[in-house]
Design a protein around this ligand. Structure first.
Ligand SMILES: Cc1cc2nc3c(=O)[nH]c(=O)nc-3n(C[C@H](O)[C@H](O)[C@H](O)COP(=O)(O)OP(=O)(O)OC[C@H]3O[C@@H](n4cnc5c(N)ncnc54)[C@H](O)[C@@H]3O)c2cc1C
Length: 402
């Protein structure tokens, strides 16, 4: 009740497990995170004292959304720690384990995995560090950045855990308990793999993160293009909006063809500046791509999830490149004078450049791969195939199941 009038509002509050009327009817068990105490909870006439309100009455949605932003940065921060541990396990084993007369890290197939892990760990830390410091400085709306950090870091950590298992071979698949039982170091790559899988599901699944980022990134166009993406409006009005925003695009669109640079970046090492300029140029190419997709699909663009996910993939890689170069420069600056504490970010210039260079070049390849997929893909055919499967066709695929 607000001023004696009823108003629908959301309020966040704490309910103690010992409260009368609260019953835990089922304790959930998971593949990993075994200490998690999630459950099915039943509330029967539960009364919550006013002092249990978090923030204030009616501020529940704000509390929830703020928590989301925080969660979307704490998860990547945790991913950085886990990934560093996995890299260290892999690095050590790749140097120790001899096959075909040399340590496995000298074989190209394993070396490639470890380089990828190292580059991604560096970039993951860079993105998390940059976004966290922007948040600390209250630098405006960071929902896209935090979502990108969450999505990218959780997916990369899963890949790192998967590759760490491969590097550790049979010992990767064996439990720490079993390894200890036969006198080997109890290194639990399988537990890391089980524990980190859920990161791509909770706090916003990867699929929902992509849709969220796409939607947020298209927001400026939504404001101008008005009704194009408003699924609540009739299709005819949405189609009309595609054409009515011509004035804005007459100015905006040509600018996306003009050469773009990252502005004044004199203080960046030339090797890093090259990549930041690529990110600036490519973000214009991305803007053009999005515009062409809007023109091609009009109001139906929001249903083109795979296409949007490629655009989000490009944007995230560009963000990762920019964050990595900025982080690398900070590290380089801190190592001058060279006796600066290495742990505090004073890593030697060559080491930093080697990591940043490897990462940026791989991220650029991934970016180009995403661009290629926007023109040439099997999305439509794949969608139809799934609809056939959902309709019960391809019965042969259901034969011989174990
Ligand atoms: C260990 C664990 C702990 C959890 N802890 C909490 C917690 O503390 N608090 C809390 O509130 N929740 C918690 N959850 C719930 C969690 O947030 C949800 O499981 C998660 O949001 C996914 O929702 P869902 O399981 O309903 O998946 P579903 O909605 O069934 O989705 C299934 C799949 O479809 C995809 N999908 C769904 N909608 C779309 C769409 N429109 N377009 C494209 N793809 C789509 C999803 O990404 C997913 O891959 C927890 C879950 C687990 C496993």
């Amino acid at each position: 009740m607000v001023n004696d009038k009823e108003r629908k509002q959301i309020t966040a509050f704490i309910v103690d497990v010992a409260t009368a009327g609260l019953e835990i009817t089922y304790r959930c068990r998971f593949m990993g995170l075994r200490a998690l105490y999630n459950a099915v909870v039943k509330f029967t006439d539960v009364r919550v004292p006013r002092e249990n309100i978090i923030s204030k009455e009616g501020a529940g949605l704000k509390v929830a959304l703020t928590t989301l932003n925080t969660g979307r940065l704490t998860l990547p921060a945790a991913c950085v720690g886990v990934s560093k541990r996995l890299l260290e396990i892999s690095r050590k084993w790749a140097g120790e384990r001899i096959q075909w007369g040399v340590p496995i890290g000298k074989h190209g197939a394993i070396a490639g995995k470890i380089a990828e892990m190292a580059g991604n760990v560096f970039a993951m830390e860079a993105m998390t560090f940059l976004t966290s410091s922007l948040l600390d400085r209250k630098s405006g709306d960071l929902r896209i950045e935090t979502a990108m950090c969450k999505m990218w870091a959780t997916e990369m950590t899963w890949r790192i855990a998967d590759e760490a298992m491969q590097v550790r071979g049979g010992r990767g698949y064996e439990t720490a308990h079993s390894l200890a039982g036969r006198g080997e170091p109890p290194i639990s790559v399988e537990r890391f793999l089980r524990d980190c899988r859920v990161n791509m599901i909770f706090e916003g699944s990867s699929e929902i993160m992509r849709l969220f980022i796409a939607r947020e990134a298209l927001d400026p166009h939504l404001k101008v293009g008005g009704a194009i993406f408003n699924t609540q409006l009739p299709m005819s009005e949405r189609v009309k909006a595609v054409f009515s925003s011509g004035k804005f695009y007459a100015d905006w669109y040509p600018r996306q063809w003009l050469p773009g640079s990252a502005g004044k970046i004199d203080n960046l090492h030339p090797n890093l500046a090259r990549h930041v300029n690529y990110a600036a140029r490519t973000s214009k190419r991305l803007a053009r791509g999005l515009f062409h997709a809007m023109a091609r699909f009009g109001p139906k663009l929001d249903r083109e999830q795979l296409l949007l996910s490629r655009f989000v993939g490009i944007a995230t890689e560009l963000f990762a490149i920019s964050a990595t170069c900025s982080f690398a420069q900070r590290k380089i600056d801190n190592s001058d004078p060279p006796q600066a504490d290495r742990e505090e970010g004073g890593a030697a210039r060559d080491e930093v450049l080697s990591l940043a260079e490897y990462f940026c070049r791989s991220a650029r390849l991934r970016t180009e791969h995403h661009f290629a997929g926007t023109n040439d893909n099997v999305d439509r055919r794949g969608y139809e195939l799934t609809q056939e499967l959902l309709a019960g066709k391809h019965e042969s695929l259901r034969r011989g199941m174990v």
